[in-house]
Structures are given as C-alpha cells and as structure tokens.
Design a protein around this ligand. Structure first.
Ligand code: CUA
Length: 155
C-alpha cells in the first residue's frame, strides 16, 4: 500500500503528539503525584458532626510554624469564620461541605478549591506577609452566596 508523503508526515506527527501526551500524563501521575482525590479523602455530610477532626473544627498547631486548619462550610459561612496565624505560618487546610458545593479561595494565595459534599478538600498555604486575607466562597451556592466569606489574620 502506498502512503502519500504528506500523509506519512501527518501520521508521524500524530504518533509524536500521542507520545508527548502519554509522557505528560505519566509525569503528572507518577513523578508529580497529581491525581483525583481517592477514598481516603471522603466523608459523608451527615457524618461530619460526629467525625473527628471535623466535629471540632479550628486551628491546631502541629509544630513550629506548621498548622492544620479544619473547616466546615455550609450555607452561608465557614466554621470557624476567622483564624489567626503568625507570619511565616504554613497552614494545611482541610475543608468539608455540610450541604451543597461551595468554593474556598483565599485571596492572594494558591488556595483555590471546590468543596464538594462527601469530599475532603485539602490545600496548603504559606502566609508570609502580615495583614488580613479574605476567604471567599467562589462557587454559587444559593441566595446567600455573596455573604459567604471568612478571613485569615496574619500577624
Ligand atoms: Cu458557598 Cu457560594
């Protein structure tokens, strides 16, 4: 079978692109550890109130400069709605939603996750400048969506 030169070039480029995509996928999953949340990150909304640490949300110090902030989102607020950390604190946020899908965005940081009911969302943030930073729900969650906010005070 005779294949035209241009067809061979296109076929070759297609194979190269496939290999590039497979390589990118393998690098992301195996080397960078990027993957969809697994079973360990799940909790049924009606279990939140009776399951540690979500039954007792708040900020905990794990070690020098390291903190864990456990938060619960519900229409239309976060519990706790405010946390205070020292400058230089590295905070691991673990957040769940009690009702519908919410968002969790801390302005000026890399924190930008969705809070899907049944799923535990996690994001780590380094706070190295003093001031107040807003926590915003950036996923439309009902008539009080625009009132759903909190804050991180860094001092
Ligand atoms: Cu919660 Cu919008």
């Amino acid at each position: 079978m005779k294949i035209d030169l241009y067809e061979r070039i296109i076929l070759g480029l297609t194979v190269v692109m496939l290999l590039v995509f497979i390589g990118a996928l393998a690098t992301a999953t195996l080397a960078a550890g990027i993957h969809v949340p697994g079973q360990t990150g799940r909790i049924a909304p009606d279990e939140i109130a009776k399951t540690e640490p979500f039954s007792n949300p708040g900020l905990r110090e794990l070690g020098p400069g390291r903190y864990e902030a456990v938060m619960v989102a519900q229409m239309w607020g976060f519990t706790p709605s405010e946390i205070t950390v020292p400058v230089g604190a590295r905070v691991n946020f673990r957040i769940v939603s009690r009702d519908v899908t919410h968002g969790f965005n801390i302005e000026g940081t890399n924190a930008n996750v969705m809070l899907v009911p049944g799923q535990i969302s996690q994001v780590e943030v380094l706070f190295n400048r003093p001031g107040e930073q807003l926590i915003i729900c950036h996923e439309y969650c009902g008539t009080g969506h625009h009132l759903m906010w909190g804050r991180v005070i860094v001092k």
